[in-house]
Design a binder for this molecule. Structure first.
Ligand code: PFF
Length: 526
């Protein structure tokens, strides 16, 4: 029926690739920032509840649906959803999110990833090693981004060069395919990432009390600041939403990338143990490495008062301002800064290639074109799509892309997946399908959880999110009048992109229908 699809070379390969997608900036920057400002150690309670009732079930669902779809020659959500619910003509259009979402994240994620490459380079050249002041380091970042001309940078030239390199690397990896590109990259990058993480972890753990005049500014108190629980935070709905959002984002769930990765499995390949292993690897990297580096280290050098505002200063500030300042105070500053940014770059590239794959798989599978052609189309289209994020960064374009691609659509798509799997495909079928080739049995309680608890959890979260946080963002309440045209422009662009992909789905299905009719007619006339 379908042409021969690419596949994974080994089981370790797909586990590392899924873990590579999951382990990203979210683990090292987003997680510690969220935990510190949402109850510290208490944040772990809603976080783990979301992990067990949403994260793990969705991980299994995406692996299973992906492998199932791959069996029909479909690697993306339109085809997979269509196969699950053939009677419904519209369900394939819900699957558009599984191509659109990753594409939207890809177009800003690669740009941010390229800053990491730039900062790795400037760490070695020593361009920011002498900076010891927060404002100056902030200016360095703003100069690099091209938001401000200053003594460090004149325009976004350097940022653009590193963007081009990063973009070409990503497209290059995709070009070599699943086994030859993505798997090879992850087998190299993931162990390297692990080594960089452990080096930084040991460095932070051995910080002690660098300034004897300030005995409280020590590493034990740094861990205490992040991990001492404030249980009163659990009364706030926001803390629960943040924890759930983090689970989606960090595990790369509800977006379509794991669906696509799993579509390259073979029919009898295990998904239960592999999915669980990939998810657990991400959690180790997140809680142990992510939870031990930035915030405890910043505490030691900035003290208990300043850390409060540092923890709330956002992901970018933590990564690109606070952390280089901390490292600059240590011996071997250049080497450690390089290790930090290179670690993040590796974490970034193993995530961004996963974001690129669904669009490429869609073109290959549904239009029957070669990978070379699909990658060329993908490269040309995303290159253009990346430009607004680069040049209008200061006008809120990236934030807007992140809001839709990185938050709203994840939860909506995750909800659709669970409903399709547990209710349309049917829980008994689903249970059999998950366990095909499985190396372990899932505890039976999960049959109940996947059918009732996970969807209920998602509906509650969706409703609460919409009312509490999304309405103000959609109404642009926090956007300045000057930036509104940019934000509106971004929305119109996103709508056009979504409609474009939906149109491609329609064309692909019409073509297939025509081909089927032709075959039937020629069979009849014979
Ligand atoms: N999981 C990645 C992180 O934690 O940084 C981000 C991400 C990658 C989200 C791929 C979604 C995705 F499809």
């Amino acid at each position: 029926m379908a042409k021969q699809r690419d596949n994974w070379g080994s089981r370790l390969g797909i586990i590392l690739a899924v873990a590579g997608s999951a382990i990203g900036l979210g683990n090292f920057l987003r997680f510690p920032a969220k935990a510190a400002s949402n109850g510290g150690g208490a944040f772990i309670i809603p976080y783990l509840i979301a992990f067990f009732f949403l994260g793990i079930p969705l991980m299994w669902i995406e692996w299973t649906l992906g492998r199932y779809g791959g069996g029909f020659g479909h690697g993306t959500a339109p085809g997979i959803f269509h196969n699950i619910w053939r009677k419904n003509r519209f369900i394939k259009y819900f699957g558009v999110i599984g191509i659109f979402g990753p594409l939207v994240i890809f177009i800003y994620y690669t740009f941010i990833e390229s800053w990491l490459l730039g900062y790795s380079f400037f760490a070695l050249s020593g361009k920011y090693t002498a900076i010891t002041d927060q404002t100056v380091m902030q200016n360095f970042l703003r100069g690099y981004q091209g938001v401000q001309n200053n003594e460090f940078f004149n325009g976004p030239g350097w940022a653009y060069v590193f963007f081009l390199v990063t973009f070409v690397l990503n497209v290059g990896v995709i070009y070599y395919g699943i086994k030859g590109g993505i798997e090879r990259l992850c087998k190299l990058a993931m162990p390297l990432l692990c080594v960089c993480g452990i080096i930084l972890l040991i460095r932070v753990l051995t910080l002690g009390t660098p300034d004897p005049a300030k005995p409280d500014w020590n590493i034990n108190n740094g861990f205490g600041f992040l991990w001492n629980p404030d249980f009163s935070a659990l009364k706030s709905a926001k803390v629960w939403l943040e924890a759930t959002g983090q689970i989606f984002f960090t595990l790369s769930l509800g977006i379509g990338v794991i669906l696509t990765y799993a579509s390259y499995l073979k029919k009898g390949d295990d998904v239960v143990l592999s999915g669980l292993t990939a998810a657990s690897t991400n959690e180790m990297a997140e809680i142990i490495l992510g939870g031990s580096i930035v915030i405890p280290a910043a505490f030691v050098f900035f003290g208990p008062v300043a850390i409060e505002s540092i923890a709330k200063s956002g992901t970018f500030n933590l990564g690109f301002v606070t952390m280089p300042l901390v490292l600059n105070k240590l011996p071997w500053a250049q080497a450690f800064a390089f290790i930090w940014f290179f670690l993040l770059f590796l974490a970034g590239i193993t995530s961004s290639v996963s974001l690129a794959q669904p669009a490429v798989a869609f073109l290959e599978d549904e239009f029957d074109i070669s990978r070379r052609k699909a990658v060329a189309i993908f490269g040309a289209a995303t290159f253009l799509l990346c430009q607004p994020g680069i040049f209008f960064l200061k006008n809120g374009v990236v934030d807007e892309l992140d809001f839709w691609g990185g938050t709203v659509f994840l939860v909506i798509f995750g909800t659709i997946e669970v409903i399709l799997f547990a209710w349309v495909f049917g829980m008994n079928n689903a249970w059999d399908e998950i366990h095909k080739g499985a190396d372990m049995r899932i505890p039976r309680a999960y049959k109940f959880i996947i059918k009732y608890i996970t969807p209920l959890f998602l509906f509650i979260i969706l409703g609460a999110w919409f009312l509490q946080e999304w309405i103000p963002v959609i109404a642009m309440r926090n956007v300045s009048a000057a930036d509104r045209p940019y934000v509106l422009g971004t929305r119109i662009g996103l709508l056009a992109l979504f409609s474009g992909i939906a149109a491609l789905v329609k064309i692909a299905w019409r073509k297939k229908e025509n081909r089927r009719q032709c075959r039937q007619e020629s069979a009849r006339s014979n």
